[in-house]
Design a binder for this molecule. Structure first.
Ligand code: GRF
Length: 247
């Protein structure tokens, strides 16, 4: 699409006034992850065009692929260097907590956990009360913790899902921001289901983040099916580009 940023100011203005994504404009976002970072990349690619500022990534594993993504996306990253590790190859809790606190000492509007495999210390969560979100691949409160997709699949659940929630001291248990349910009816394997869950995650997280900025802490959580999530997205799309054509 040639109508890039700044080409026609009216388009940008309209985009920012027509969709919930406008609420991310100028927001400083920090991301914490430990693994592949596909959610991190989806967040950056979806929200940066709307003016979201990704001011840093924290990764507790120096060899995680998410760091490569950060480099490619031009997001400053912080990780624990190998020399900081103990002979056991485990990061000491003290080293980790200090690094996390240092990372979170910079100004931010929200912290987004995106596959961060550590439990944040209760003090850290309390200090940043309600300013940390997480994405989890299940219909919370069902299947908190590890291997949520596999456990739901092995239990022959008719519906699985993805949840975005506010982080509290209890793992995967904070107030919901939004949740999508996914039918397993036409899914033939765990691999297929895993891919589908990730595809949904990449849409849900940016959308719920924007909605969270729009509606605030006290909003009712958004709940829908995959189809309703598509409608939500398409409605935004129509609003943005529908009027663009008239300019
Ligand atoms: C996602 O399934 C997310 O829901 C969970 O960890 C996984 C991270 O994947 N919390 P990625 O690193 O974003 O690819």
């Amino acid at each position: 699409m040639q109508r890039g940023k700044g080409t026609l100011k009216g388009i940008d203005c309209f985009m920012f006034t027509a969709s919930p994504y406008r609420y991310v404009h100028g927001k400083k976002l920090l991301v914490m992850g430990s693994g592949s970072g596909s959610n991190f990349e989806a967040l950056v690619r979806t929200l940066r065009p709307y003016g979201a500022l990704f001011s840093g990534l924290f990764c507790d594993r120096h060899d995680a692929y998410i760091l490569r993504r950060a480099e490619n996306l031009g997001v400053t990253s912080v990780t624990l260097q190998p020399e900081e590790r103990e002979p056991t190859k485990r990061v000491s809790t003290e080293t980790l907590n200090t690094a996390v606190d240092t990372f979170l000492a910079q100004p931010f509007d929200l912290v987004l956990l995106a596959g961060y495999m550590r439990i944040l210390p209760a003090q850290t969560v309390q200090r940043h009360n309600s300013k940390i979100l997480n994405i989890h691949p299940s219909l919370l409160p069902h299947y908190p913790g590890l291997h949520a997709i596999r456990r739901a699949w092995e239990a022959n659940e008719k519906r699985v899902g993805v949840s975005v929630h506010i982080v509290t001291e209890h793992v995967d248990a904070g107030p919901l921001v939004g949740q999508v349910s996914i039918s397993t009816r036409n899914i033939e394997s765990l691999e297929q289901l895993t891919q589908q869950v990730h595809r949904v995650e990449h849409k849900l997280y940016p959308l719920m983040l924007a909605r969270h900025f729009e509606k605030g802490m006290t909003a009712q959580p958004w709940r829908g099916t995959e189809y309703e999530l598509e409608l939500f997205q398409n409605e935004l799309h129509t609003q943005e580009y529908g009027t663009t054509e008239q300019i």
